[in-house]
Design a protein around this ligand. Structure first.
Ligand SMILES: [Zn+2]
Length: 298
């Protein structure tokens, strides 16, 4: 709150994170830029493009009516609350309406979009080890009418399947909702995120069988949870966190499920940094992205 106590401080901090080597034009990336103090809200001028721009031009924060310092405080709150923050709580913290808070938070989730966060490079000659698993997110089965308590395979059909993996080397997670947990879907997920040398640990779900990877399983059906180094405890710990988050948000629509999963993946993958460095990375991740209200509601 102290750091971002006014707009000037917030904008200066944002510009410094976005352009650590000095201000660059978002269109041509050149530094042929002058600053016109009195020209708000676009204080920078690119002499090549002959256009004005601001620290937030070309980012997820462009054209927002919410003051930047409120955005930064929202990012901070979402970074430090491992179970997430509800849009009602956020609206009270920031003194804005709940629908505005809801929209803001979806834009912040967009920054955490895991596609932007790499899994690091495999070590020299040491095979990478991943744990892969699926889970189901959704309402409590006992609260549903009897005819809706149907199960197919391992999961209830009216919950949303989510697949994920943890890279043991650095604890990075990749995860996202899927339409089914059939063999093709599970293996596509694993194969697209691992190298041929990667060792993959899963439970005994038949969908992982005959995968072109070094593959070992633990047999949960016979109460075997750990077999030497072979276990899926790390990805299950991530599922536990995601499910605690589900209780914060009460209700996740299937439509926005990937955004909530992105939030938990993003927070997990940045958790070794202190909050201010996490925010600095998020500023970088906001560049070149857009999310409009129509994207969310149509
Ligand atoms: Zn330019």
């Amino acid at each position: 709150m102290e750091m971002f106590s006014n707009e000037r401080k917030a904008e200066a901090w944002f510009a410094e994170q976005r352009w650590p080597g000095g201000v660059r034009c978002p269109r041509c990336a050149k530094q042929d830029v002058s600053r016109r103090i009195n020209r708000k809200p676009m204080p920078y001028y690119c002499r090549r493009c002959r256009r004005y721009f601001s620290a937030t031009s070309g980012t997820l924060f462009a054209r927002t009516r919410i003051p930047l310092r409120k955005w930064l405080i929202a990012m901070y709150l979402m970074s430090v609350h491992s179970k997430g923050v509800s849009s009602v709580q956020m609206s009270k913290h920031l003194g804005i309406s709940q629908p505005s808070a809801w929209f803001m938070m979806h834009r912040i989730r967009q920054m955490w979009n895991q596609a932007q966060i790499g899994r690091g490079t495999p070590g020299n000659g040491v095979p990478e080890v991943v744990e892969c698993d699926e889970t189901y997110i959704g309402g409590k089965i006992k609260n549903r009418p009897l005819h809706k308590r149907r199960y197919i395979g391992r999961g209830p059909v009216d919950k949303h399947p989510v697949i994920g993996m943890v890279y043991r080397r650095n604890g990075f997670v990749a995860a996202g909702p899927v339409h089914s947990t059939n063999r093709a879907t599970l293996q596509r997920f694993v194969l697209s995120r691992t190298d041929p040398q990667t060792r993959v640990y899963t439970d005994e779900h038949p969908g992982y069988r005959r995968m072109p990877r070094y593959h070992r399983t633990v047999k949960h059906s016979t109460k075997q949870y750990v077999n030497g180094a072979v276990h899926t405890n790390s990805i299950e710990a991530f599922w536990a966190m995601l499910k605690r988050g589900y209780s914060t948000y009460h209700w996740w629509s299937g439509k926005h499920m990937h955004r909530y999963v992105d939030e938990f993946v993003g927070r997990n993958n940045l958790r070794l940094l202190d909050p201010i460095h996490q925010m600095s990375v998020m500023v970088m991740l906001s560049v070149g992205k857009r999310l409009t209200y129509d994207d969310l509601t149509k």
